[in-house]
Design a protein around this ligand. Structure first.
Ligand code: FES
Length: 144
Protein backbone atom coordinates (compact mmCIF):
# COMPACT_ATOMS: atom_id res chain seq x y z
CA UNK A 1 0.00 0.00 0.00
CA UNK A 2 1.19 3.50 -0.78
CA UNK A 3 2.43 5.09 2.44
CA UNK A 4 0.80 8.38 1.44
CA UNK A 5 -2.65 6.84 1.32
CA UNK A 6 -2.43 4.65 4.40
CA UNK A 7 -5.07 5.73 6.94
CA UNK A 8 -3.71 7.27 10.09
CA UNK A 9 -4.83 7.85 13.68
CA UNK A 10 -2.96 10.51 15.62
CA UNK A 11 -3.88 11.26 19.22
CA UNK A 12 -3.00 14.87 20.01
CA UNK A 13 -1.60 15.34 23.49
CA UNK A 14 -4.50 16.46 25.71
CA UNK A 15 -6.70 16.74 22.63
CA UNK A 16 -8.74 14.73 20.14
CA UNK A 17 -7.94 11.74 17.96
CA UNK A 18 -7.34 12.77 14.37
CA UNK A 19 -8.36 10.09 11.89
CA UNK A 20 -7.20 10.60 8.33
CA UNK A 21 -8.91 8.20 5.98
CA UNK A 22 -10.12 6.56 4.07
CA UNK A 23 -12.16 5.69 7.16
CA UNK A 24 -15.78 5.03 8.09
CA UNK A 25 -17.01 6.08 11.52
CA UNK A 26 -19.88 3.84 12.59
CA UNK A 27 -22.00 3.31 15.69
CA UNK A 28 -21.99 0.02 17.55
CA UNK A 29 -25.04 -0.98 15.49
CA UNK A 30 -23.34 -0.15 12.19
CA UNK A 31 -25.01 3.20 11.50
CA UNK A 32 -22.63 5.44 9.57
CA UNK A 33 -21.78 8.55 11.59
CA UNK A 34 -19.19 10.03 9.27
CA UNK A 35 -16.31 9.49 6.89
CA UNK A 36 -12.74 10.68 6.83
CA UNK A 37 -10.45 11.07 3.85
CA UNK A 38 -6.75 11.79 3.68
CA UNK A 39 -7.57 15.39 2.79
CA UNK A 40 -10.49 15.79 5.23
CA UNK A 41 -9.68 14.08 8.53
CA UNK A 42 -12.18 13.86 11.37
CA UNK A 43 -11.47 14.74 14.99
CA UNK A 44 -12.91 12.42 17.60
CA UNK A 45 -13.35 13.37 21.25
CA UNK A 46 -11.02 11.70 23.75
CA UNK A 47 -11.84 13.82 26.80
CA UNK A 48 -15.49 12.80 27.17
CA UNK A 49 -16.72 16.42 27.43
CA UNK A 50 -17.83 17.08 23.85
CA UNK A 51 -21.51 17.95 23.33
CA UNK A 52 -21.20 16.47 19.84
CA UNK A 53 -19.81 13.01 20.58
CA UNK A 54 -18.14 11.14 19.04
CA UNK A 55 -16.71 14.28 17.43
CA UNK A 56 -14.54 16.86 19.17
CA UNK A 57 -16.19 20.25 19.68
CA UNK A 58 -13.24 21.93 21.40
CA UNK A 59 -14.52 21.25 24.95
CA UNK A 60 -11.16 19.70 25.92
CA UNK A 61 -9.74 23.22 26.06
CA UNK A 62 -12.19 24.30 28.79
CA UNK A 63 -11.87 21.21 30.96
CA UNK A 64 -8.61 20.16 32.56
CA UNK A 65 -8.06 17.28 30.15
CA UNK A 66 -4.48 16.09 30.22
CA UNK A 67 -3.61 12.90 28.38
CA UNK A 68 -0.74 11.45 26.42
CA UNK A 69 -1.07 10.80 22.73
CA UNK A 70 1.52 8.10 22.17
CA UNK A 71 0.25 4.58 21.56
CA UNK A 72 2.33 1.96 23.40
CA UNK A 73 4.00 -0.51 21.05
CA UNK A 74 2.81 -3.52 23.05
CA UNK A 75 -0.79 -2.63 22.17
CA UNK A 76 -0.17 -2.65 18.41
CA UNK A 77 -0.87 -5.61 16.13
CA UNK A 78 1.04 -5.70 12.85
CA UNK A 79 -1.46 -5.89 9.97
CA UNK A 80 -1.37 -9.21 8.13
CA UNK A 81 -3.42 -7.94 5.18
CA UNK A 82 -2.41 -4.54 3.85
CA UNK A 83 -4.75 -4.64 0.86
CA UNK A 84 -7.82 -3.17 2.55
CA UNK A 85 -7.53 0.57 2.28
CA UNK A 86 -10.58 1.77 4.25
CA UNK A 87 -10.52 1.41 8.01
CA UNK A 88 -13.46 1.28 10.40
CA UNK A 89 -13.82 3.33 13.56
CA UNK A 90 -16.52 1.74 15.69
CA UNK A 91 -17.98 3.93 18.42
CA UNK A 92 -19.02 1.64 21.25
CA UNK A 93 -21.99 2.76 23.34
CA UNK A 94 -20.72 3.98 26.74
CA UNK A 95 -17.28 2.73 25.73
CA UNK A 96 -14.19 3.32 23.61
CA UNK A 97 -13.43 3.81 19.93
CA UNK A 98 -12.31 0.62 18.21
CA UNK A 99 -10.22 1.14 15.07
CA UNK A 100 -9.73 -1.79 12.72
CA UNK A 101 -8.03 -2.23 9.35
CA UNK A 102 -4.46 -1.47 8.34
CA UNK A 103 -3.36 1.93 9.54
CA UNK A 104 -0.64 3.94 11.26
CA UNK A 105 -0.80 5.37 14.76
CA UNK A 106 1.20 8.01 16.62
CA UNK A 107 3.92 6.55 18.83
CA UNK A 108 5.78 9.66 19.92
CA UNK A 109 6.75 12.77 18.00
CA UNK A 110 6.61 12.06 14.28
CA UNK A 111 6.99 8.33 14.85
CA UNK A 112 4.18 6.35 13.21
CA UNK A 113 3.74 2.56 13.54
CA UNK A 114 1.44 0.15 11.76
CA UNK A 115 -1.36 -1.69 13.46
CA UNK A 116 -4.51 -3.58 12.57
CA UNK A 117 -6.47 -2.72 15.70
CA UNK A 118 -6.42 -0.30 18.59
CA UNK A 119 -8.93 0.63 21.28
CA UNK A 120 -8.97 4.31 22.14
CA UNK A 121 -10.32 5.86 25.34
CA UNK A 122 -13.04 8.43 24.74
CA UNK A 123 -14.26 8.94 28.32
CA UNK A 124 -11.13 10.73 29.52
CA UNK A 125 -10.69 8.39 32.51
CA UNK A 126 -8.17 5.83 31.24
CA UNK A 127 -4.99 5.59 33.29
CA UNK A 128 -3.16 4.61 30.08
CA UNK A 129 -4.34 7.11 27.46
CA UNK A 130 -4.74 7.05 24.54
CA UNK A 131 -5.57 3.35 25.08
CA UNK A 132 -8.81 2.28 26.80
CA UNK A 133 -8.19 0.46 30.09
CA UNK A 134 -11.84 -0.20 30.94
CA UNK A 135 -12.14 2.82 33.26
CA UNK A 136 -15.29 3.99 31.44
CA UNK A 137 -17.30 1.46 33.49
CA UNK A 138 -16.20 2.80 36.87
CA UNK A 139 -16.50 6.37 35.57
CA UNK A 140 -20.12 5.78 34.52
CA UNK A 141 -19.39 7.10 31.04
CA UNK A 142 -22.64 7.46 29.15
CA UNK A 143 -22.62 8.20 25.42
CA UNK A 144 -23.99 6.70 22.23
S1 FES B 1 -11.19 15.90 22.87
FE1 FES B 1 -12.02 17.71 22.04
S2 FES B 1 -13.99 17.89 23.00
FE2 FES B 1 -13.15 16.05 23.84
Amino acid sequence: MNEKTRPRAVAFESGPLEVAGPARIVSATGEELGRATAEKPVYLCRCGASENKPFCDGAHQACDYAAAGDFPEEKLKEPTDDSQSEITVRVLQNGPLVLEGAFDVSCGGDDLRSTSRITVCRCGASSRPPVCDGSHKAAGFCAD
